[in-house]
Design a protein around this ligand. Structure first.
Ligand code: PLP
Length: 403
């Protein structure tokens, strides 16, 4: 039985519920304060003030200067702006070589591959160990005289592995002092300490909807003095770095979301890690053939990637959905259909033979939910490995709306 018949949402790495405080902060900019921040009159100035205020607050969260932050439409655009912007600005002068890791999100990997396909970049993809860890030494060894950018994510969205970004940045720069270092920190905000200066990176991407903010809003941190070419031309907003009328409500919401999640991180991260550990212990004890991906690595506190041999990710995720437990297979394209996971391949698993069930916790996750979810996972794994075609019986569920 699930708790009160409510569905259990354990897919916070995909997106998070928007916090009440965030909705409250956003609403005025969808109602009375609907001005264009570029307008010179009072209504415009109110909108501009909201953006300035949000930028200051996000800069305080990240320990950087407000002028180092550019608002974007999300993590994907921030990653694209970092890679394309650096290549376009520096490619001809410094070289077109780019180094990325094999476990990057598609927003980095596909962008780098597209730049290479159009002849704008030459790409080196550095592999990882069986837990998804990229060796900073290997990364630095790939840096050449013509390397313009190194991109290494802070935490992986499929298996949660945390990378040694600070060490990698230092070593990459030792190999070539001109190299710029980017980190996709989309999964890290509110879950790990996140100060670009401490990481020693020049560029860093973040996204609001992964930390209880709205979708379609993110930012790119660019260390002051880091030049990159704008990818959207137009009205010259965001100091010319990203044209387009700003999404004022979402930006105001992002700042509140980031403050809240950073404020609670000290107690939420260990609390969620404890819940994750109890879920993993219950699943491993109850289901045969389940392994925990990256178990020996530093991981995101809220994420568990369960590897099930001889099962299908889609069948398991669909089966759990029918049981009222919402998790994911870790990798999905925008149509919702599953793709082969490049991360599973990178860690040496065969995605055709091994299912990945990603369970990701959030601030609304409770011990009772986790216990229920573990029992459901044990039952779904038993069914999927015994009789792959059978699906658990569906029961009507209310939607769980906890934050
Ligand atoms: N980078 C990582 C690591 C992610 O997990 C995601 C989203 O899943 C993105 C980038 C893309 O962010 P957005 O959904 O804001 O475009």
């Amino acid at each position: 039985m699930l708790i009160g018949g409510e569905r259990i949402y354990l897919d916070h790495a995909a997106t998070t519920p928007v916090a009440d405080e965030v909705v409250t902060a956003m609403l005025p900019f969808l109602s009375e304060h609907w001005g264009n921040p570029s307008s010179p009159h009072g209504r415009g100035r109110a909108a501009r003030q909201a953006i300035d205020d949000a930028r200051d607050r996000l800069a305080a969260v990240l320990g950087c200067a407000a002028r180092e932050l550019t608002f974007t439409s999300g993590g994907t655009e921030a990653d694209n702006l970092a890679l394309r912007g650096v290549l376009q600005r520096w490619g001809a002068e410094r070289g077109r070589h780019v180094v990325v890791s094999s476990v990057e999100h598609e927003a980095v990997l596909a962008t780098a591959a597209a730049l290479q396909a159009y002849g704008d970049a030459e790409l080196t993809v550095v592999g990882c160990d069986g837990s998804g860890r990229v060796d900073p030494e290997r990364l630095a060894a790939a840096v050449r005289r013509d390397t313009v950018l190194v991109s290494l994510m802070l935490a992986n969205n499929e298996i949660g592995t945390v990378q040694q970004v600070a060490t990698a940045a230092r070593m990459a720069r030792a190999a070539n002092p001109q190299v710029l270092v980017h980190s996709d920190a989309v999964q890290a905000l509110g879950r790990l300490p996140l100060r670009p200066a401490d990481l020693g990176v020049d560029l860093l991407s973040a996204s609001a909807h992964k930390c209880y903010g709205p979708k379609g809003c993110g930012l790119l941190y660019a260390r002051w003095g880091t030049h990159l070419t704008a990818q959207l031309e137009g009205g010259g907003q965001e100091r010319g770095r990203r044209s387009g009328t700003e999404n004022v409500a979402a930006i105001a919401g992002f700042a509140v979301a980031a403050e809240l999640v950073e404020h609670e991180r000290e107690h939420e991260a260990p609390r969620q890690a404890g819940l994750r550990d109890s879920l993993e212990a219950a699943v491993v004890a109850g289901a045969r053939g389940v392994r925990i991906a990256a178990a020996d690595a530093e991981r995101l506190p809220n994420l568990s990637a369960l590897l099930v041999s001889g099962a299908s990710s889609e069948a398991l995720v669909a089966g759990l959905d029918l049981l009222g437990v919402e998790v994911s297979s870790g990798s999905a394209c925008s149509s919702g259909a599953a793709q082969r996971s490049h991360v599973l391949e990178a860690v040496g698993e065969d995605p055709a033979d091994t299912a990945l069930v990603r369970v990701s916790l959030g601030r609304g996750s409770t011990p009772a939910q986790v216990a229920e979810a573990a029992a459901a996972i044990v039952s779904a794994v038993a069914r999927s490995t015994a009789e792959p075609a059978a699906a658990p019986t569906a029961r009507p569920r209310k939607v769980h709306s906890g934050r």
